[in-house]
Design a protein around this ligand. Structure first.
Ligand code: HEC
Ligand code: HEC
Length: 397
């Protein structure tokens, strides 16, 4: 379906498409349209889409979510509202941040197969440190996620390796995990800051790629595609900004994707974006990379200042949580601090320490989708930040 719109000649203003869909559903003149191109694009999507935009129907996701929000807030709000460790509920009392926006932007929650949503899978798993949803709440969550799923494009059959459409966190830090590309990609991520410049343009800045400490990564020609709210028809970046980009990264390193920034001029508020690659390959170094090489200059300061402060991260990044260790491997924090220093350095901005990912993602006041924020304790967070910053300043010298 969104393959049809990949070829740039077929890109259709979505407003026009909605209008056509409405016309079609009202049973009026397909033949009376003076643009046959619109008809063919629209019918190929709504005919087979199994819901998304079909027959001019509209996503009732927000309505369903708002109806179940009181129950969700009651059962889960004590730990999952803003100020907690995993604030995917936003602030159900004040609406700032908006619960619907926050929960639908949370990585892995709104997906094509609702039963595989992390919201359902994790909350009932034995790994979950909180309470399970009650049966009535579970049923409502499933109904809501099923409605949302009808409006998420299925990219599983795409020719190119593709990260399914997700809603970026606007005005904040995003970490998009590449696990959907295959098992070897677990823990690898593309990270960026998303900012809405106008209601029709989205800028992504500081776009970085993070392989894991064990495996490297080669990416060729990334392409962002915008899916307007309620539509499964994708509209690829009209400028194809990264057409010349090839990025190859050794294990344990990080790199900037192309120029590190892009403006999507085909953005519409509340859209989702997918990310496809002409090529995406995991590189297994087979021992060819020197495991003792550390890019850190200030290992002594790391050991003295940062390592004790990072202890609290070990409960997940030390190895108990493979996703966390894949993302930032701190398993050798005490046994080989120089190696862990190298891993943490990948998530640090020496030129502007406060903007470092290790701070942004663990800051209790930040909406980044990370499962630990010092349980909302700002003083503890500041102590952590001050200690680690001493090391970062040494690295920057
Ligand atoms: C007593 C506190 C508490 C309650 C109540 C609670 N949780 Fe949690 N939840 C946690 C903690 C702590 C974590 C992070 C550690 C973990 O993975 O369990 C978490 C993590 C999660 C995650 C994983 C988020 C991510 O991206 O990693 C989901 C999903 C989740 N909870 C859903 C729920 C749902 C749904 C409810 C209500 C039925 C709920 N939780 C109630 C404490 C709680
Ligand atoms: C409760 C478990 C847990 C704790 C504690 C934890 N993390 Fe994480 N962290 C994760 C997981 C899981 C991921 C991978 C995220 C994902 O898969 O969505 C992650 C990813 C990250 C990332 C990559 C960017 C991102 O947001 O995905 C950074 C940086 C990070 N953590 C820093 C830290 C720091 C610094 C600490 C300690 C102050 C810490 N984490 C404590 C679970 C944790």
């Amino acid at each position: 379906m969104h393959k049809a719109t990949r070829s740039f000649g077929l890109v259709v203003p979505a407003v026009a498409m909605l209008a056509v869909a409405a016309l079609a559903s009202a049973g009026t003149g397909c033949g009376s349209s003076d643009s046959p191109l619109l008809i063919s694009t629209s019918s190929s999507s709504s005919g087979t889409g199994g819901g998304g935009g079909a027959g001019g129907s509209e996503n009732q996701g927000r309505e369903l979510f708002e109806a179940l929000l009181p129950d969700l807030a009651k059962e889960c709000g004590a730990c999952h509202a803003t100020g907690g460790d995993t604030p995917f509920l936003g602030d159900p009392t004040t609406g700032k941040p908006d619960p619907y926006t926050t929960i639908t932007s949370w990585q892995g929650f709104v997906v094509k197969e609702p039963k595989k949503s992390d919201l359902l899978v994790h909350s009932v798993s034995k790994e979950h440190k909180g309470t399970k949803p009650s049966d009535p709440l579970y049923a409502k969550l499933l109904e809501w996620l099923t409605e949302e799923a009808a409006y998420v494009a299925d990219v599983s059959q795409e020719d190119q390796p593709t990260i399914p459409p997700f809603k970026p966190i606007i005005g904040g830090f995003n970490a998009v995990y590449l696990g959907a590309l295959g098992p070897g990609f677990d823990g690898m991520a593309v990270t960026f800051v998303a900012e809405e410049l106008t209601p029709t343009s989205l800028s992504l800045t500081d776009i970085e790629v993070h392989p894991t400490s064990k495996l490297g990564l080669k990416l060729v020609h990334p392409l962002f595609t915008v899916f307007e709210k309620g539509s499964i028809d994708g509209d690829p970046d009209p400028v194809d900004s990264f057409s010349n980009v090839t990025l190859e990264l050794q294990p344990g390193t990080a790199g900037v994707l192309g120029p590190g920034t892009v403006v999507l001029a085909n953005w519409k508020t509340e859209s989702r974006i997918s990310l496809a690659f002409e090529g995406a390959t995991v590189i297994d170094p087979n021992g060819m990379v020197d495991p003792n090489a550390s890019p850190c200059k200030a290992v002594e300061s790391f050991t003295a200042n940062a390592a004790p402060a990072l202890n609290v991260c070990l409960q997940c990044h030390g190895g108990a949580d493979p996703q966390a260790q894949g993302a930032v491997d701190m398993s050798e924090l005490t046994s080989a601090p120089d190696k862990t220093c190298g891993q943490v350095l990948n998530r640090v901005n020496p030129a502007a320490p406060a903007k470092s990912q290790i701070f942004v993602t663990t800051n209790p006041g930040n909406q980044a989708a990370h499962p630990f924020k010092f349980a909302g304790n700002v003083a503890q967070y500041n102590t952590f930040k001050d200690a680690v910053t001493k090391w970062i300043q040494e690295e920057a010298k």
